[in-house]
Write a protein that binds this ligand. Structure first.
Ligand code: XMP
Length: 517
């Protein structure tokens, strides 16, 4: 079944993905395409509406991306946001000027008249502006909202089927942004809202069955959200034609390997190939102190183990093993627009299981290629996965190896696992698991003197790291209460033999990184 589709033409804004999020939240399917997509390809998709994103360029700059004026003759409503509005004005005989004052931040918008874009919204509302240029005129348009620095803060040009807004409805700082996007979808484009996760699950199961046929699929299960939900969805679709490979690399968190086996193999009944390669990894890691070297060892070893297993399963199932499934997400496959070099686009590498060998000769199955993380979480919940999996915090591929500073040994892994389990347990108990991006312990290559009872101790120090973030790109250290920090510290020192000092990391990113290595 094909869904009503909104196409978002990306002019290189940092927040284009947020537009897509707002549209999907309003139950309308959308895709982000490069602003250089030919008109014929856009028309062929039969979109219900088109949104032109913002972008960092000035429309007059050499090589700045432009809009084909034919876009406004497709008979499809167009919404231009910021640069998208300026590019429209430039393409349709209007004027774009450099604003006397760069406008950045919260601004009061005054709505004029009763355009459907602002239906049921207050006449004065706070919006988020971020622009140096603004439009001075657009032939055939009426102004539907204004602000102090921006007389044409929102316009409508009926002959062009166009609405334009100088502010950014997609960002959270715009008070009624989500409602404005909704109004565009439902009142201007006439969408009905046929994008629901329940429908997606049903349709994707059909699609997966058709793609896989009687073939067998291998999936690398890490225990993270994406691969876990992919495993359960594929299991619904093809049952025993799926085999998941779970590699214990010896640097997992406490209880992780058992948890995955219990849930997926015993409870859900998925074919699970559990490979305990701890010794193999730890032997290879012996003597390695440099973080990058440790990462490379683990990456290469993972590929080697996975390949061995995949080939073994291939032999076991004869010629039937034909696919490798991955939980690749939409943000990994969206073409990124290079703004200053014109509308050339670069396709990001989308093989998130870094460097899995092409010579396995398997086709790819990527059920979430067009989904965002929170959509995958919603699917996981609908498929009955527990919150602990659906809301699991990110955990790096190289695992505890990048949280044990210096050389990794089995004894250090055990020590860190115990301390880390306490941190996570206390964060969970305090109800902070979802509010905090990541919380964990780091084993430092430092020993210090302490006193326990009447005895002097000389043991390891560990750092506790907890950060808030929305995407892991930037992060703030979490302002955990003293009480919670005290509990974590007391428990680690009392319960983990070998650690006698706990410190709290109060470094944000930047300048720090989330992991210590
Ligand atoms: P940093 O430490 O760079 O981490 O601020 C940002 C996010 O990425 C995770 N991370 C990794 N994930 N392999 C991964 O799969 C890695 O080598 C790796 N290094 C960091 C980190 O946990 C955080 O969420």
């Amino acid at each position: 079944m094909s869904h009503e589709t909104i196409l978002i033409l990306d002019f290189g804004s940092q927040v284009t993905q947020l537009i897509a999020r707002r549209v999907r939240e309003a139950n309308v399917y959308c895709e982000i395409v490069s602003c250089a997509t030919p008109l014929a390809a856009i028309a062929a998709r039969k979109p219900k509406g088109i949104i032109l994103s913002g972008g960092p360029a000035s429309v007059y700059a050499p090589g700045a991306p432009q809009v084909d004026p034919g876009l406004y003759r497709l008979g499809v409503p167009v919404l231009g946001i910021c640069y998208g509005m300026q590019a429209t004005s430039h393409a349709c005989g209007g004027q774009v000027v450099r604003a006397d004052q760069r406008e950045f931040g919260r601004t009061e918008l005054r709505v004029l008249g009763n355009d459907p874009l602002f239906a049921d919204l207050p006449p004065r509302q706070v919006v988020w502006m971020s622009h140096g240029d603004r439009i001075e005129s657009l032939p055939g348009s009426t102004t539907i909202a204004t602000s102090d620095n921006c007389p044409l803060a929102a316009v409508r040009a009926p002959a062009l089927n166009f609405h334009g807004v100088q502010f950014h409805p997609e960002v959270a700082h715009t008070q009624h942004g989500a409602a404005i996007v909704r109004n565009f979808l439902y009142r201007v484009c006439g969408c009905r809202g046929d994008w629901q996760m329940g429908d997606f699950i049903r349709e994707e199961i059909e699609r997966l069955r058709a793609q896989v046929g009687d073939g067998h699929v291998i999936l690398g299960l890490s225990g993270g959200v994406d691969s876990s939900v992919a495993a359960v969805l594929l299991h619904r679709a093809i049952g025993k034609q799926l085999t998941c490979i779970f590699v214990n690399n010896g640097v997992l968190r406490q209880g992780e390997a058992d948890g995955v086996r219990e849930l997926f193999a015993e409870h859900i009944g998925i074919n699970l190939d559990y490979v305990d390669a701890s010794d193999r990894f730890l032997t290879k890691l012996a003597g390695a102190e440099d973080p990058e070297k440790k990462r490379k060892i683990i990456g290469a070893e993972f590929v080697a183990v996975f390949k061995d297993e995949a080939l073994r399963i291939k032999r076991e199932h004869g010629g039937h093993v034909r696919f490798l499934a991955q939980g690749t997400l939409y943000p990994d496959v969206i073409e990124s627009v290079s703004v200053h070099g014109g509308p050339a686009s670069v396709i990001k590498s989308h093989h998130n299981v870094g460097g899995l060998p092409a010579d396995l000769g398997l086709g790819l199955v990527e059920p979430f290629r067009f989904l965002f993380k929170d959509e995958v979480r919603a699917i996981g919940s609908q498929l009955g996965l527990p919150d602990a999996v659906v809301w699991r915090q990110p955990f790096p591929g190289p695992g505890l190896a990048v949280r044990i500073l210096g050389e990794v040994t089995a004894a250090k892994v055990k020590l860190l696992q115990a301390a880390d389990a306490i941190v996570r347990e206390e964060i969970d108990r305090a109800g902070l698991t979802r509010a905090i991006w990541q919380a964990f312990a780091v084993l430092l290559p430092v020993k210090s003197v302490g006193v326990m009872g009447d005895e002097r101790t000389y043991e390891n120090a560990c750092a506790v790291r907890a950060v808030t973030s929305t995407d892991g790109m930037t992060a703030d250290w979490a302002q955990l209460s003293y009480e919670l920090l005290g509990r974590i510290s007391n428990r680690i020192i009392n319960e983990v033999r070998g650690i006698n000092r706990v410190v709290y990391d109060i470094t944000s990113k930047p300048p720090g990184t989330i992991e210590w290595e």
